[in-house]
Design a protein around this ligand. Structure first.
Ligand SMILES: Cc1nc2c(=O)[nH]c(=O)nc-2n(C[C@H](O)[C@H](O)[C@H](O)CO)c1C
Length: 162
């Protein structure tokens, strides 16, 4: 049975892992391993351990950077760590970060966190079970959370000139 790791944080103000677990359970029969850490900078090692020690096929790394400059710096550092962990393990870690200042109020933030997490949980299942699903969506401007950007039409018509 495939194994999906979920790394999440106590810093986050929404239980993002709950949304991931419920989406995954509705869609697939897999083993889920959850590993909760204090904050986003602790996610890279949690994800790496889930991949190497718990033998997960993929990890979803869930985090919520705060609105301050130091939080954004933390998010960048955590992101670099997650990329490094992917290169060290040769496995995917889907980074699902929801910045606190992405939403106009707390209700929208909670909705966004759950929606983005659920949509990336489906991406994780696609990567593990049927990656061709993502290939079919290539270039379609998919977004997780808010609405999709959509494709840009008419690209094959060439440079429009001045
Ligand atoms: C400044 C800061 N900001 C955040 C944040 O926005 N989101 C988050 O999840 N965690 C933050 N942390 C905590 C660090 O990620 C980490 O948990 C601690 O430095 C302990 O390693 C810190 C220290």
């Amino acid at each position: 049975m495939k194994r999906i790791g979920i790394a999440d944080t106590t810093f986050a103000r929404v239980d993002m892992a709950r949304a991931a677990v419920s989406t995954i359970k509705k869609e697939a029969s897999v083993q889920i391993v959850r590993y909760t850490v204090p904050g986003i900078k602790d996610l890279p090692v949690a994800a790496k351990r889930l991949l190497e020690e718990d033998d997960c096929d993929i990890v979803i790394a869930l985090g919520m950077p705060g609105p301050a400059d130091k939080d954004k710096m933390c998010a960048h550092e955590a992101s670099s760590g997650l990329i490094m962990a992917q290169l060290m393990t040769n496995k995917h870690i889907l980074e699902v970060f929801v910045h606190e200042d992405e939403a106009k109020d707390e209700k929208t933030l909670a909705w966004l966190a759950e929606k983005r997490t659920a949509e990336h949980a489906l991406n994780a299942l696609s990567l593990v079970f049927h990656p061709q699903t993502l290939t079919r969506l290539a270039g379609t401007g998919q977004r997780q959370g808010y609405e999709d950007a959509g494709p840009i039409e008419g690209g094959s018509a060439g440079y429009p000139g001045h």
